[in-house]
Design a protein around this ligand. Structure first.
Ligand SMILES: Cc1cc2nc3c(=O)[nH]c(=O)nc-3n(C[C@H](O)[C@H](O)[C@H](O)COP(=O)(O)OP(=O)(O)OC[C@H]3O[C@@H](n4cnc5c(N)ncnc54)[C@H](O)[C@@H]3O)c2cc1C
Length: 397
């Protein structure tokens, strides 16, 4: 079997940057094409589990990421109706020793920059911005992509890292996104504007009827990230539109004043109607595969979308090594392990969304079940997720 010499990666988000780094590390020449004028991340915070740090360690950038991240003291879920704690998972030293890595929060720009700067140091990585791919042609000997200006780029293989609305996915699979009907508003709050009793060094999720809020510190607590989510009353279309404070308030009017006080602090009223996709049995054929949100878009309730993209990238590199440099064979191995794992995330996330948003008797049962668990119970339940490592990445988990 011949060794793969070159790859095109479409999309320069966290997934594309990590894939470029991972493939270059195993000797494949990478051309990354990004539609935006600059490669980077906008937006606010992101949570990273120990599995993400294992992936970052494998890519050789774990220490840099740790320096830029804030390690949390715990993760908690509060009942937004009565402000009582339902779940607390300690993420201190015992957790770090158990899973071999921290739970942390980090600014999106910081984690993206950490990965991308490392990729750029590798002479096998080159890139083009302002290059929107619009067409894919697969031949027996190579794969060609064409951008909207008509330029053609060729390589041995192609990895679509072009996000939830992936054109690479559309060119190989015939499936449709599934609009969740949930709407998200995001904000960054300066420390002085964050209510004092909520300046907590932990991701805190407040679960309410058909809604939830999440907040956590950014950049050492100088800022706080706030995400609010609710089930929309109207038919939604996947995408971003203008919203309003009145809309948000109307979904949270029955919750306890403690979490509700944060809604007054928000200054951005853009609304994201979210979507995921039903897991599929293949992410492409022969020379083409997918990675990150292009492969497995998922709602944010388990905070694992970017973590999965990092795991994908490491697994892809390990699969290439295991297949003696042949990426076409490696894609099969990669998909065989990544499809079930990421499908589990998609389905578990949907279930978590339902439980976070429970009301009435379901809320009472949820609280009873979760309040009764010990730290060891939670650690064991999270083992399949946070226990991922490079050493076991080619085994099904
Ligand atoms: C509210 C919210 C909170 C979240 N919180 C977390 C969290 O705490 N932890 C976590 O792990 N994950 C979280 N996620 C998920 C995470 O943000 C995504 O899973 C992750 O960013 C996906 O990265 P990606 O590189 O696969 O895709 P993207 O970030 O979408 O990148 C795709 C890139 O491809 C480019 N592109 C698209 N089409 C083309 C084209 N045709 N030609 C060229 N370029 C193209 C785009 O411009 C973009 O740069 C959250 C998501 C949301 C919405």
């Amino acid at each position: 079997m011949s060794k793969t010499q070159s790859a095109i990666i479409v999309g320069g988000g966290i997934g594309g940057a990590a894939a470029a780094l991972s493939l270059a590390k195993v000797g494949i020449k990478v051309l990354l094409l990004e539609q935006a004028n600059e490669i980077g991340e906008i937006g606010a915070g992101i949570q990273l589990g120990p599995n993400a740090f294992s992936a970052l360690d494998s890519l050789g950038i774990g220490e840099i990421a740790r320096e830029r991240a804030v390690f949390t003291d715990y993760i908690a879920m509060m009942d937004a109706m009565d402000a009582n704690e339902v779940v607390r998972v300690d993420t201190g030293q015992v957790f770090r020793d158990y899973f071999g890595g921290p739970y942390a929060v980090i600014h999106r720009a910081d984690i993206h920059d950490t990965v991308w700067q490392a990729a750029l140091k590798n002479s096998l990585v080159s890139y083009r911005t302002a290059t929107k791919v619009v067409e894919v042609n697969i031949t027996q000997n190579d794969v060609e992509v064409i951008d909207e200006k008509g330029n053609s780029y060729k390589a041995d293989v192609l990895i679509g890292c072009d996000g939830g609305k992936s054109i690479i996915r559309d060119s190989t699979l015939n499936d449709k996104p599934r609009v969740t009907g949930h709407v998200v508003y995001r904000a960054v709050i300066e420390r002085e504007d964050m209510p004092e009793d909520l300046r907590i060094n932990a991701p805190i999720l407040w679960g309410g009827p058909h809604c939830h809020l999440v907040h956590y510190p950014l950049r050492g607590g100088a800022q706080y990230n706030l995400v609010v989510t609710f089930h929309s009353r109207q038919q939604e279309e996947w995408g971003v539109t203008d919203g309003s404070k009145e809309e948000v308030m109307s979904y949270f009017d029955t919750i306890h004043p403690r979490p509700r006080q944060m809604l007054d602090k928000t200054t951005s009223w853009r609304r994201w109607a979210t979507a995921d996709r039903e897991p599929v049995e293949s992410w492409g054929t022969g020379r083409v595969t997918l990675l990150g949100d292009a492969a497995h878009p998922v709602a944010q309730y388990m905070a694992q979308g970017a973590c999965m993209a990092l795991e994908d990238a490491v697994t892809l590199g390990e699969a290439v090594k295991a297949c003696n440099g042949n990426a076409i064979e490696a894609f099969k191995l990669y998909q065989a392990v990544r499809i079930p794992r990421t499908a589990r995330i998609v389905w578990s996330t949907r279930e978590m969304g339902r439980l976070y948003h429970a009301k009435g008797v379901e809320r009472e049962v949820r609280n009873l079940l979760w309040k009764g668990k010990t730290q060891q119970d939670y650690y064991k339940a999270l083992e399949w997720l946070y226990g991922w490592k490079e050493e076991n990445c080619l085994q099904p988990r």
